[in-house]
Ligand binder design. Structure first.
Ligand SMILES: NC(=O)c1ccc[n+]([C@@H]2O[C@H](COP(=O)([O-])OP(=O)(O)OC[C@H]3O[C@@H](n4cnc5c(N)ncnc54)[C@H](O)[C@@H]3O)[C@@H](O)[C@H]2O)c1
Ligand SMILES: [Zn+2]
Length: 382
């Protein structure tokens, strides 16, 4: 990984997950308008097929199409995945493949798939691209803060899948790296506060894991992060991507357990997300999960005086960003049942716990008693 000027509004992060599969993440306001030219240079002789969602196409599809047209691309094919996590399923994956196959028939140029949307479009459309004709190149053009800082980088693709025991998130998928990632923070102008907050949950997670300076930057910006601010968001996105790239490079296929660190706050987060029937956005659940992880550090006596202060700052930042510290909706028994179903509980539970800003540890837990007690407080059921 290499990063140019991480504090400037326009940066490139180079991700080298595996030999021969390195790619660039460009982060800059105004990037969508220049996308056509850059794509032409990087992928000559291809025809573009865009996977997006109805809302995102309405908001930003015209700008992408115009940018492609100006650079001399033929009009691209389009496939729209309906909005919502419930559509990140095998059926929608099949529909995307069918659309790709129909468009591809009889055309001469080789396809390039452009993924214009949030994590749902990126995960599902990327999986379709990675499996169509055994894999065609694809480019992530993330349009949510969460997809800019997290899902568009790292090569994890896939869909949720129905099993006899219910739908399992990301059960079917593949690893395949994008050819390029274009993150344009101007696109966040149309994102609602809730989706922005959701992305900030992952941003705070990254700061707690790796970066006290980023944490201070977030504290200084506070609720200003919730509204469009392209230069600030570019800086935050580039910093988070650089951290994720570093982990992805050391463990590209998630085999060494290093990527598990990125799941700070996610054991609790996934449990409340699923117990709420997905009424919570993913990053909101992660924000709540971060507060729970800090509680667990406290309960296990892992914090020194500085660590206790840091965890108080974490709670204050989550509150300033409007991330939930307490939840009324999900029932304690449901959350505990979801936790117990989590694969991390096979043969004893492992939790990622924060010790200081920038320092975390993995702790095995034999008994769920401390978890039950802290969840009871945070779910208002004590
Ligand atoms: N592959 C990975 O490594 C990885 C990592 C984290 C999360 N994910 C996945 O990402 C998904 C969540 O992604 P998400 O949070 O981006 O949600 P999302 O893709 O569902 O998008 C949220 C909503 O925002 C709308 N939207 C998107 N961009 C917009 C814009 N610029 N303006 C206005 N509205 C816009 C969408 O239409 C959608 O309704 C989950 O399925 C999760 O599993 C994957
Ligand atoms: Zn996450």
């Amino acid at each position: 990984m290499s990063t140019s000027s991480p504090r400037e509004a326009s940066v490139e992060v180079r991700v080298r997950p595996l030999p021969g599969s390195s790619y660039t993440v460009e982060v800059a306001p105004g990037l969508l308008g220049r996308a056509g030219v850059g794509l032409k240079r990087a992928f000559p002789g291809r025809r573009a097929f865009v996977v997006s969602s109805p809302r995102v196409r309405r908001l930003w599809g015209g700008a992408l199409a115009a940018s492609l047209r100006r650079a001399g691309w033929e009009a691209p094919g389009w496939h729209l995945v309906p909005d919502g996590e419930e559509h990140k399923d095998f059926r929608s994956y099949g529909a995307a493949l069918a659309a790709l196959a129909a468009w591809d028939r009889g055309l001469k140029g080789r396809p390039l798939v452009l993924l214009l949307g949030g994590g749902v479009v990126g995960d599902l459309g990327g999986f379709a691209a990675a499996t169509f004709r055994r894999g065609v190149p694809f480019v992530q053009i993330p349009t949510t803060l969460l997809s800019m800082v997290d899902s568009s980088v790292g090569g994890k693709l896939g869909v949720d899948f129905d099993t006899p025991a219910g739908r399992v998130k990301n059960l079917v998928g593949a690893f395949a790296q994008p050819g390029l990632v274009l993150a344009d923070p101007d696109l966040l102008a149309t994102l609602d506060a809730r989706q922005m907050r959701s992305g900030l949950g992952e941003v705070v997670k990254t700061a707690v894991l790796f970066d006290p300076a980023l944490f201070r930057r977030l504290e200084a910006a506070g609720s200003g992060l919730l509204t469009a601010h392209p230069a600030l968001h570019a800086e935050v996105v580039a910093t988070c991507v650089a951290h994720k790239a570093r982990v992805v490079e050391r463990d590209p296929l998630d085999r060494k357990g290093l990527r598990a660190l990125l799941n700070l706050g996610h054991t609790f987060g996934h449990a409340v997300e699923s117990a709420s029937g997905f009424a919570l956005a993913h990053g909101e659940a992660v924000g709540f999960g971060l507060a729970c992880a800090a509680d667990l550090s406290r309960a296990l006596g892992l914090l020194d005086a500085a660590g206790r202060k840091d965890m108080d700052r974490l709670e204050a930042l989550l509150a300033a960003l409007g991330l939930p510290l307490r939840l009324k909706g999900p029932r304690l028994d449901r959350v505990l049942a979801a936790l117990a179903r989590d694969k991390k509980f096979e043969g004893g539970a492992r939790f990622i716990v924060p010790l200081r800003l920038g320092r975390c540890a993995v702790r095995p837990l034999r008994s769920l008693a401390p978890v039950r007690a802290l969840l009871a407080r945070r779910l208002g059921a004590a």
